[in-house]
Design a protein around this ligand. Structure first.
Ligand code: PEP
Ligand code: MG
Length: 767
């Protein structure tokens, strides 16, 4: 039964996930569930929040004419009860239930046994899945748990299919939408432009639709790829001849036959002439073929679905290799993808990239940090975004509230143009602060530094404003290459930033890979990467990498002497001792080799809670400390910084985080060691006053935050900041801290600096 159930679950979830619209998805659900449970009826009711009704959306067993027509006011009837209580209901005789509201339109009279379970996603009841039977008999507990399991898994697929279908409808009628997709605000600002979907190569399922500009050449490319795939198979079959059974070899022949003619080819070509490009047409055809096999009862035939997909992937690889046209970027490109990499970001010409949207990740994901470093609005974790249907469409990206509007209605567009103008006006207002010192009303200086990592431009943003670089993430240049960069390449890269900022200090953090920072040429497979092989742990285990990097830093700083070295992810004191031994060795070797290098100051990141409790001992070992609030918050609160499902819990204004920070800063001050903050919190104008009150020596942030943060520094006295901190430290929740800080900023006339991310304040609906 268990395998049976699991197999059933896997199949149905996969089929529903692949459905292109809601109607199809729900049809699959009702047919399959009815069969599996051996019910006489299976139906799905969805909640229409706009009209406050439960709507019959699909049924197998009741009257099909009732679909979409039968609407029950919310909270009424058994559907209302299940939905409201978010609890299953299992009845022997439905008629006996006091809240039963019979519907004659559906033809449900005559069915007696009834069971319904809520369909819930992230605390919200989306609808109800119902089965009925003729006899007055309860469904078994096993049936009910099966329905609950299914409903839990299907909620996401239903939301996705709904969004995808709505978008398809919208594509027919241009500019009609005031709906939006919701994610997490990750980098402020508003972008109005066209979407460019990027996707991993050789991944058939993620290929987007795209208009076929020249169907003949798309067809030619497709036929070419078929021939190439066929040649591959021939070579493979020859190579494997001695190893495979005749049955398996026959499969190769079957594949080759499919590549020579038949419906796979015909249907793809037809789709090309209907307007889709070869890759999109292939995806659709392969999907259609695979589905036929997947719906078969015979497990052997079902397995063949995988073969079809493999074959499709092979053709796709050739199609992608043959596609000559390089990616064309819109003048105003909003880059969209599932799991964007720094390389994909770096490939967009800088003057064309205006926004970034990703279906995964959150504000503290590295791709978001990169976007914010480039001053580009970003929205992360938009789980329901139907990427396959979005390429080229007009969109508005609202990086303040974490929304994306696709093909917006003219009224939405003009509202956003107004907001973008307001943003520009704010920038101009803040512009007057350029060149003015970052110090409090009572004269305490709080220097502001820059976080960076990809300096391809000679004049990085914020270069005039910043007192130096507080965090240069050296892993970023590693991430956009296909191998470890040599000492020379690294030295040249570091020299560029050291020269650009000279004589101001530049803090180069040693390689901090692992976690969500992945090098394609150094794969690390772990089930728990944020608690695994990361940062300094890798550097100490692979001393050849560490020594090369340290040597490159020291050589880059020759005669400039403005480099500082920062060690990431320190969790035990011995790591600092060991790193120092390597650094001393690199220094001595360079001197012996005749390079007149100097020893840069050494700092440690404080981003692991364990070391925060040993802060004084750590401070005694280094020249400076830098607090990484991004990781510190994720470890203190046990909330993955990349996981959008729990992103609502990730909050660096949580009183616990504030108390930890205060303890760290107090410890550093007691040891007279300089302490700064370089996590995203340092760039949040709301947090500035608290960090100032703690007594941090400096803050390091993305370029776009320099002026807003400076505005806050200049609006308060240190005494005021200390008083606010004292109040914040005894509050119970992040929400209370936030409201205290908002009020404080508003009182100083800085209300415009605090925008409410992810808060629905208008009547438009999230898809
Ligand atoms: C941090 O963790 O706060 C930090 C600055 O480092 P990163 O975001 O690169 O992990
Ligand atoms: Mg970190």
């Amino acid at each position: 039964m268990v395998t049976h159930m699991l197999e059933f679950l896997q199949r149905i979830v996969q089929e529903v996930n692949e459905a292109t619209d809601l109607e199809r998805a729900l049809d699959i659900i009702v047919h399959r569930v009815k069969q599996f449970i051996a019910a006489d009826v299976c139906s799905v009711y969805l909640n229409d929040f706009e009209h406050m009704e439960h709507v019959l959306m699909a049924t197998d067993g009741l009257r099909p004419e009732a679909i979409g027509k039968v609407r029950v006011p919310m909270k009424r009837g058994l559907i209302g009860l299940i939905s409201e209580r978010a609890e299953p209901l299992n009845l022997e005789e439905v008629v006996d239930h006091p809240q039963y509201l019979p519907s004659h339109e559906t033809g449900e009279i005559g069915y007696h046994g009834f069971s319904g379970v809520p369909i819930i996603q992230y605390r919200q009841v989306l609808g109800v899945l119902v089965v009925r039977r003729r006899e007055p008999r309860r469904f078994t507990d096993q049936d009910v748990t099966c329905l609950i399991t299914l409903a839990a898994q299907l909620a996401g697929a239903i939301t996705h299919a709904r969004a995808s279908g709505e978008l398809a409808l919208l594509q027919g009628k241009r500019n009609l939408s005031n709906r939006f997709f919701e994610g997490r605000a990750a980098s402020g600002g508003i972008a109005i432009g066209n979407i460019l979907v990027v996707y991993p190569p050789a991944d058939l399922a993620s290929v987007p639709d795209h208009p076929a500009l020249d169907p003949e050449s798309e067809e030619a490319n497709f036929r070419n790829s078929l021939a190439q795939a066929s040649a591959d198979l021939e070579t493979l079959a020859e190579r494997m001849a001695g190893w495979l059974s005749s049955e398996e070899l026959a499969l190769f022949d079957a594949w080759r036959l499919m590549l020579q003619g038949g419906s796979l080819i015909e249907k793809t070509v037809r789709r090309i002439y209907e307007g889709n490009w070869a890759q999109g047409a292939l995806r659709e055809t392969v999907h259609e073929h695979a589905q036929i096999f997947e719906s078969m009862e015979d497990p052997y035939l079902r397995e063949r679905a995988k073969d079809i997909k493999d074959l499709g992937t092979r053709i796709l690889m050739h199609l992608q290799d043959n596609a000559q046209a390089p990616l064309t970027y819109h003048n105003q490109t909003i880059l969209a993808g599932e799991d964007l990499s720094p390389l994909q970001l770096a490939e967009v010409p800088r003057d064309k990239l205006i926004g970034v949207v990703s279906t995964t990740g959150s504000k503290s994901s590295h791709i978001a940090i990169l976007a914010s470093g480039m001053g580009v609005p970003a929205v992360m974790g938009v789980t329901n975004l139907p990427l396959g249907r979005m390429d080229g469409l007009e969109a508005i990206l609202d990086g303040h509230r974490g929304r994306i509007y696709v093909m917006p209605a003219p009224s939405v567009l003009s509202e956003y143009q107004r907001l973008a103008d307001a943003d520009r006006a704010l920038e101009t207002t803040l512009g007057v602060l350029r060149g003015h010192p970052s110090s409090t009303i009572d004269g305490h200086a709080l220097p502001l530094y820059l976080n960076t990592g990809l300096i391809s431009e000679t004049r990085p943003m914020g270069i005039e404003e910043a007192s130096g670089v507080g965090l240069y993430r050296t892993e970023l240049p590693f991430m956009i290459r296909d191998r470890f960069p040599s000492e020379e390449i690294q030295a040249a890269e570091y020299r560029q930033v050291l020269t650009a900022f000279y004589p101001r200090p530049v803090t180069l953090r040693t390689l901090d890979i692992g976690g969500d920072k992945y090098l394609p040429y150094f794969p690390i497979r772990e089930s728990n990467p944020f608690l695994g092989w990361r940062g300094i742990r890798i550097s100490l285990d692979q001393p050849e990498l560490f020594l090369t990097q340290i040597r490159a830093i020291m050589r880059a700083a020759l005669e400039l002497n403005n480099a500082r070295i920062l060690l990431p992810m320190i969790s035990v004191l011995e790591e600092v001792d060991e790193a120092k031994r390597h650094i001393d060795r690199a220094y001595k070797e360079l001197i012996e080799e005749g390079h007149a290098v100097t020893m840069p100051p050494l700092g440690a990141m404080v981003e692991v809670p364990a070391i925060a409790y040993q802060i004084k001992a750590l401070a005694r070992k280094v020249d400076f400390l830098s607090i990484g609030t991004n990781d510190l918050t994720q470890y203190l609160l046990a909330v993955d910084r990349n996981n959008r499902v729990v992103a609502g819990l990730y909050d660096d204004l949580h009183p616990t985080v504030l108390r930890a920070l205060n303890q760290i800063v107090t410890g550093a001050i007691a040891e007279s060691v300089e302490v700064s903050v370089c996590g995203e919190m340092a760039g949040n104008p709301m947090a500035t006053v608290l960090l100032m009150g703690m007594g941090v020596n400096s803050l390091s942030m993305s370029a776009g935050s320099l002026l807003p943060v400076k505005a806050v520094v200049r609006a308060f006295t240190l005494t005021q900041a200390k008083a606010l901190l004292e109040t914040a430290l005894i509050l119970d929740s992040a929400a209370q801290v936030r409201s205290l800080l908002k009020d404080a900023l508003r009182d100083e006339g800085l209300g415009l600096l605090v925008r409410d991310a992810n808060k629905n304040t208008d009547n438009n609906r999230s898809l």
